[in-house]
Design a protein around this ligand. Sequence first.
Ligand code: NAD
Length: 488
Amino acid sequence: MDANPAVNESVLHAEVLVLGGGPGGYTAAFRAADLGKQVVLIERYPVLGGVCLNVGCIPSKALLHTAQVIHEADEFEQHGVSFGKPALDIDKIRAWKQSVSAGLNDGLARLVKQRKITLVQGTGSFISSNTVEVQTETGVTTVSFDQAVIAAGSHPTKIPVFPNDDPRLWDSTDALELKEIPQKLLIVGGGIIGLEMATVYHALGSEISVVELMDQIIPGCDNDLVTPLYRRIKKQYKNIWLETRVTSIEADNKGLKVTFDRAEAADGTSDKGKGAPESELFDAVLVAVGRRPNGKLIGAELAGVNVDELGFIAVDKQQRTNVPHIFAIGDIVGNPMLAHKATHEGKVAAEVAAGLKAGFDALTIPSVAYTDPEVTWMGLTENQAKQQGIDYDKAAFPWAASGRSLSIGRKEGLTKILCEKETGRILGAGMVGPNAGELIAEAVLALEMGADAEDIGLTIHPHPTLSETFGFAAEMITGSITDLYIKK
Ligand code: NAD
């Protein structure tokens, strides 16, 4: 015991210690326990699930569903059914969102108990290559371990010159709290978080402006897949400023005064800021310019684990760090920072720790932006295929020729497929349209199974579904499409 009676010190031992209880961490802990290991799971928050379940994927999807219903009800007037203007009870919407996360928190707590995992609530930090010290509410718990899995995640990137303490300057966690619906909301960063939150706040009544540094929104995705989303939100939002940088944000009594970089072009005729004003006042600003790994916040150096300048921890295919009995998974090991990547890595780490021959060898990690329309892609993008000089065939099936898409009143969607010219094998695919995120899994499976365009085209897709569009895109490659007329 510590000499200080106020500090309650306890000591535990773990065969496998897992630091961080997000999707990656709890998956690693559960798999290790299922493989017979005695597991200690350390989580700083009172509930499990990490960013994804508490302040990320899940609450955002609950709010995005609300946004979708508001939009659909509004657009349904054209189909002959009017509901009138929606009456919003923000407290109830917030409570609904929280109840979704809470249900999953309870489920995870049950799974921890059922697996007899020791859960320590507190902030853990390595003090040696075999020990983690956890600051808990009641004192310090020291956990020694045989093997450890670092699953400590990431945090939103802050721009230091912005007034980050001002409550009107938000990160994604603040935006998801739904404290208020600002009249004028600026979103800095036209990536996935920025555009998902824009979808939510637009439906709830805010006037949205988006400012993006690059020349398109969601810069990692092919432009043709992003265009239908861009066209739709361009009409809905007040402004979308591309190739524009925010140079400063100043707190003012009336709002946040945002200044934009709109340097003059050489001929002085146009500005780089693509129409952005010199400055404008907003009621709130959401900064969504990426996330930073938490590698520098966990005492990794005391365990001898290498952390790079940005806070990432390098791992091999078995998720091992440079210290062979310490593994790392999820956001902390690199991009893309996606829950489904973390869970797969978590399983690999747990299996290797339990002595199984496992490795992370997935061919692709799919991406989905749950905007309206949804945008999703997997495998090679067309931009990457071009950069790598790969010979490919491409087809893009327009959802305007899909009976199912038209029946839901939407025709802007697109299903695109890239196949290797020589073999016909699928290289990549992407979709944009309502529910596109639900469709990409088939393309991922096709890639993993080494399917070619003929395999996909000959697979009977149920009619009328949006899933047919993937089969049709493959038929466009093989030349057997009948739902379109393509001149020979
Ligand atoms: P992101 O990298 O997806 O997008 C950030 C955007 O901000 C980019 O388009 C970038 O060009 C732009 N940007 C950067 N600096 C800027 C500046 N100073 N001014 C204007 N624009 C600037 O990052 P995010 O949207 O913050 O998301 C963070 C992570 O979380 C990503 O890895 C993302 O994949 C993940 N995430 C995924 C989902 C999902 O899968 N649906 C949802 C939310 C978050």
